[in-house]
Design a protein around this ligand. Structure first.
Ligand SMILES: [Zn+2]
Length: 274
């Protein structure tokens, strides 16, 4: 349920990318009630392909094949909505604001479109999602980051996402249009400013509007693996979907090719920095 793309003879740089939300292989045991197209609008569609040039510049790209609404690798394991579980959840629970919005480890709803299930989930099926999806994803990412760190004495981790072009009443920012890119470094805690500035400057020079940490500062995947003091840097990048796709149909638009070229050049720039 995960894929790793890397150069034929292994990675040559300290650049590790991951795309946790672009998966579109819906497992047979998902058993959702929402219509499939509505569910698919929660995907960070094509983000793995948009950053697909990472191996060509010597980096490595990990991406999830399972959908983020099945289980979300960018949430902590204890970020569980126990109201969705049939019976007693057998592990500690620390529900975050994401769970309150229906988008914790196991999503309850797709934003304004409604509830994903018409049933409760069994402890066994949630445990299976954790064992078959969440844990393998984190194991792969931590291994890739550690391997890069061992080779180079540092690692630059780009955590890759896309976002709806507008917020709505269920999102942190409310119903407002979003910039082209939002970079998240946990308000300066997950990545050295030099890397953040390099990405921002590169995108701004390409003509895009870039905002830092507002409203997306980054979540579990950069929180868990970053340690800038030890030269382990993680930066989240959110791309506005209107730049490359029709958000209703998920069809790629004319802007796709130009955006992919920009991100290919960004990968090359980061590979040389890292
Ligand atoms: Zn995402």
């Amino acid at each position: 349920m995960i894929r790793i793309e890397q150069p034929e003879h292994g990675p040559r740089t300290a650049l590790v990318l991951d795309s946790p939300h672009s998966g579109c292989v819906y497992p047979a045991d998902f058993r959702f009630k929402l219509d499939a197209m509505t569910l698919r609008r929660s995907e960070d569609a094509y983000v793995d392909d948009l950053f697909g040039a990472a191996p060509a510049v010597g980096g490595v790209l990990l991406h999830a094949e399972f959908p983020r609404c099945y289980i979300d690798p960018n949430r902590a394991l204890d970020d569980i909505d126990t109201g969705m579980i049939d019976g007693e959840w057998p592990a500690p629970v620390t529900a975050s604001g994401k769970t309150a919005r229906g988008a914790g480890l196991i999503w309850r709803q797709v934003k304004r479109y409604g509830e994903i299930y018409d049933r409760k989930l069994t402890v066994d099926e949630v445990t299976r999602r954790i064992e078959q999806c969440w844990k393998p994803y984190h194991l792969a990412l931590s291994s890739l980051l550690d391997a890069a760190y061992e080779r180079h004495g540092r690692v630059l981790h780009l955590n890759c996402h896309s976002m709806a072009s507008m917020g709505d009443h269920t999102t942190e920012d409310g119903p407002v249009p979003r910039p082209d890119f939002i970079l998240g470094d946990l308000d300066g805690r997950s990545c050295a400013p030099a890397y953040v500035d390099a990405v921002r400057d590169f995108l701004q020079a390409a003509g895009y509007r870039v905002v830092l940490n507002d409203p997306y500062k980054g979540q579990e995947l950069i929180r868990r693996y970053s340690d800038p003091a030890a030269d382990r840097h993680s930066l989240q990048i959110e791309i506005n979907r209107a730049l490359y796709m029709d958000e209703a149909t998920l069809a790629r638009t004319e802007g796709y090719r130009r955006l992919r070229e920009t991100l290919t050049s960004l990968c090359a720039r980061l590979a040389s920095l890292a």
